[in-house]
Design a protein around this ligand. Sequence first.
Ligand SMILES: [Zn+2]
Length: 173
Amino acid sequence: MKCPFCNFEESKVTDSRMSMDGQAIKRRRECLKCNQRFTTFETIDLTVQVLKRDGTYEDFKQDKLLNGIMSACRHTRVSHDKVKALAYHITADLMAKQLREITTKDLGAIVMNHLQEIDTVAYIRFACVYERFKDIKELLDAIDSIKIKNGDNCLVKNKKLNSGDLDYASETK
Ligand SMILES: [Zn+2]
């Protein structure tokens, strides 16, 4: 931590305390060279890095995850609240596991696992973009492999793919 007055790199901590909301630690420091005092705030960094297929990283963002799930759930019986709860749940899981990074592939698989339990149409939509089925047979096999619920039988006909909407899914080229 450089001194803001003289840029010297060493300082001693004279006082440490947690901020009101418990999210940061406030430290009083004294520069070992010029003896000026200053305060630093240290926040806890829980950023998960998402490793994309092209080898680049980006910060995990719950909003982006939310948008991806929301697109898959459009015009289904899955409520907006449920989508939000799912995005929150997945994010909380990642935080709890204290992951430093996750691949788009693994993240997509987690989303698919959850969607499979919630809504068949949303699951298939997400899977279509995420898995990049080679041909229609692969897609049909995947559909056969899950239980088709009543009323969802026409889901393939009604399916509209919009890969641009499924942010995290569309990364998996
Ligand atoms: Zn100094």
